[in-house]
Design a protein around this ligand. Sequence first.
Ligand SMILES: Nc1ncnc2c1ncn2[C@@H]1O[C@H](COP(=O)(O)OP(=O)(O)OP(=O)(O)O)[C@@H](O)[C@H]1O
Ligand SMILES: [Mg+2]
Length: 240
Amino acid sequence: MNKIKEITSGKAKSLFTTDNEKHLIMNFRDDTSAFDGKKKEALLGKGAVNNQFNAFILDHLESNDVPTHHIKVINQTDSLVHRLEMFPIECVIRNIASGSICRRLGTEDGLVLESPLFEFFLKDDDLGDPLINDEHIISFGWANQVHIDQMKKLTYKINNVLSKLFLDSGLILVDFKVEFGLLDGNKIILADEFTPDGCRLWDVETGKKMDKDRFREGLGDVVESYHQVADRLGMNIILD
Ligand SMILES: Nc1ncnc2c1ncn2[C@@H]1O[C@H](COP(=O)(O)OP(=O)(O)OP(=O)(O)O)[C@@H](O)[C@H]1O
Ligand SMILES: [Mg+2]
C-alpha cells in the first residue's frame, strides 16, 4: 500500500491517493490546532494514538450499523479509507453545554441539556466555522433534504452508541463533531475521524477533562490523557 500523491493537508491529517482510485491513505500527524488554527503545536505521538483510537471507534460504530469510511489500519499513523465526496459541513451533538455554545448563548459551562442538541456548522476556518441550519444547507446547495435527514439520524445514533461505550469506561461524552461524505454518489458514510481531538470527554467521578480542551486551555498531558482514555476502553495502542 503506497502513498502516491498528497491531495489534502488539513490541520491534523493528510490524505494521499493510492494505486486504487477509490481508496485514500489518511495520515494522522502530530499537529494540533485550536481556535480555527490560531493556536498550533506538534504534540509528539498524537498522530499514532489518534490513528489507532479512530480505528477502534469506527470499527465499533461499523459493528453498530453506522457505515464508515475506515477500511484498515496500515501502520501506527496511517489508515486506508474509502475516498468520498465530502459535505462542507460539520455535525455536532451536545449532551452538556461547554465551549462555543456557552459564549454564543450565555449558558453556564457544564449545564446538562434536557435532550441532546444537534447543530450544523459550515466548514470554513476563515469564517470561524459558523453555525448554519437546514435552510442554509438547502439554499446554498451544500446537501439535499435526504442527506440532511440521514446525517442527523446517523449522528444521533453515534451519540447513543458512543455515550454508552464511554460511560462503561467511566467517561461522559459531553459533545462531539463528525463529518460525512458520499460514496458512489449516493451512500452517506461517516468520514474523517472520531478522536479526543473532536469531542469532549470528562471523567465521571472527578470531571477531569480528557480531550483537546487540555490543549485549548493549556492544561498539559494532552497525549497522555488520550492514552488514558484508550487504555480505559481496552485499546492496544502500538508505538514504535
Ligand atoms: N474519506 C474521505 N474522503 C475525502 N476527504 C476526506 C475523507 N475523510 C476526511 N476527509 C477530509 O480530509 C481533511 C482532513 O483534514 P483535517 O481534519 O486535518 O483538517 P481540517 O478539516 O482542515 O480541520 P478541522 O477538522 O479541525 O476543521 C478534511 O478536509 C476532511 O473533510
Ligand atoms: Mg478535520
